[in-house]
Design a protein around this ligand. Structure first.
Ligand code: NDP
Length: 328
């Protein structure tokens, strides 16, 4: 097959991380987090491995760990890849922030994935919650100690953070025993995150950018017209110059800023499109043009948690209703 060669980024512990990850979060609808249909994600993961993806992003809260694990297992059994070729990232959910709960949660994720280690374990949010989804007062530094335990045990080869702001990241760097290897945050043309990306990178922390398409693709939580669309003239002009599509240009804009994009698709054609970004490069002017779309708009804004002491984002006037409360 014609699988492209995906470059890697070196993490601060010497491990290599492939420069693009396939997202496996299926989004949100009125019923909560969307669950995969029968074998849906298994098939996507198998095809993804065939076309060159080696890095997969999931989380215990996504309900896709099991199918990701099955797809991976099938491809290993088939002899297409070996475990060491793959980089699997999953995340600790907010209801397991006590130090001893971290091991419990990771062991459950590993069981779902049928793996004996993950390559990267991220704290999904700095926000700790009790089982009933009320605020817990567990300090995220306690949780970080739990993640450090996981790396020492070899259950996670690397550990990192997601949705931390700069101040919170600075605190972890100051008080940790093992420095975070990765920070995963929302990055797309509507929120370019210059300051946080520069800070993390200056600390030797690799940034992963989630929801990389931003407003290009309208979907639940991203109303049409909220930012540049897939046929935005400036993006189309850049895309034409390189013989690429606008989604490819946006993914490349992340890679050219040394950020690992985490695009999600369940469409086999778009899987191939999204990884076909390693044979061109944007120049400085093109990167600048895309940077100009920055409006600091977040599409992942869990304002229903904004009364939590560790809520990482700016507060808004009318917080959204808490979709997780139904689950409690
Ligand atoms: P994305 O920016 O990846 O957008 C996904 C949407 O774009 C889907 O509707 C998909 O539809 C569509 N799409 C994908 N490729 C193309 C293409 N080439 N052309 C047109 N449309 C396309 O956003 P997500 O919010 O899904 O984030 C991606 C991943 O990031 C998640 O899966 C998850 O792994 C991670 N994430 C992490 C978070 C965190 O808190 N750490 C929060 C949110 C996301 P289709 O599937 O039909 O192709």
């Amino acid at each position: 097959n014609c699988a492209p060669d995906v470059p890697t980024f070196k993490l601060n512990n010497g491990k290599e991380m492939p420069a693009i990850a396939l997202g496996t979060y299926l989004g949100f609808d009125q019923n909560g987090i969307v669950k995969p249909q029968d074998k849906q994600v298994v098939k996507v993961v198998e095809h993804a491995i065939d076309v060159g993806y080696r890095h997969f992003d999931t989380a215990s809260v996504y309900s896709t760990e099991e199918q990701l694990g099955e797809g991976v297992r099938n491809k290993i059994e088939e002899g297409k890849v070996i475990r060491e070729d793959l980089f699997i990232t999953t995340k600790l959910w907010n209801t397991h922030h006590k130090r001893e709960q971290v091991a419990e949660a990771l062991r459950e994720s590993l069981k779902q994935l049928s793996l004996n280690y993950v390559d990267l374990y991220l704290m999904h949010w700095p926000i700790g919650l009790n089982e009933d989804y009320s605020n817990s007062d567990v300090d995220f530094m306690e949780t970080w100690r739990g993640l450090e335990d996981m790396q020492r045990l070899g259950l996670a080869k690397s550990i990192g953070l997601s949705n931390f702001n700069q101040e919170q990241l600075e605190r972890v760097i100051k008080e940790c025993s093992i420095k975070p290897a990765v920070l995963q945050i929302e990055v797309h043309p509507q929120i370019i995150q210059s300051d946080l990306v520069s800070y993390a990178q200056s600390q030797g922390i690799v940034v992963m950018g989630y929801s990389p398409f931003g407003s290009l693709v309208s979907r639940f939580g991203v109303p049409p017209g909220s930012g540049p669309s897939i046929d935005d003239p400036t993006l189309v002009e850049i895309a034409k110059k390189h013989g690429k599509t606008t989604p490819q240009v946006v993914l490349r804009w992340l890679v050219d800023r040394d950020i690992v994009p985490v695009p999600k698709t369940v469409n086999l054609k778009r899987l191939e499109e999204n990884i076909d970004i390693f044979d061109f490069k944007l120049d400085k002017d093109e990167i600048e043009k895309i940077n100009k779309y920055d409006k600091q708009i977040r599409y992942t804004l869990p304002s229903f948690w904004q009364n939590h002491p560790y809520y990482p984002f700016e507060k808004i006037e009318n917080p959204l209703p808490n979709p997780f409360e139904k689950k409690a």
